[in-house]
Write a protein that binds this ligand. Structure first.
Ligand SMILES: [Zn+2]
Length: 66
């Protein structure tokens, strides 16, 4: 039991989790195809789908005009 390394499990968890969280799947191609990450948008290299990430929230907070 103790020979099953904790490090091994940790590695799988970290890499798998990071991949799934940073890459969103394409709504057109399905969950097997992931969108490429760009600073301001994501794009699918397969079908050409792209979506905007929206404005960066870190740059100054402006209250929305009601
Ligand atoms: Zn696609």
């Amino acid at each position: 039991m103790s020979r099953v390394g904790k490090a091994r499990v940790g590695l799988y968890e970290v890499s798998g989790d990071a991949l799934q969280r940073t890459h969103k799947s394409c709504p057109k191609c399905g969950p097997g195809t992931f969108l490429a990450e760009h600073p301001d948008r994501r794009a699918c290299g397969r079908c050409g789908y792209s979506e905007s990430k929206g404005p960066p929230a870190a740059k100054g907070k402006k209250p929305k005009p009601a």
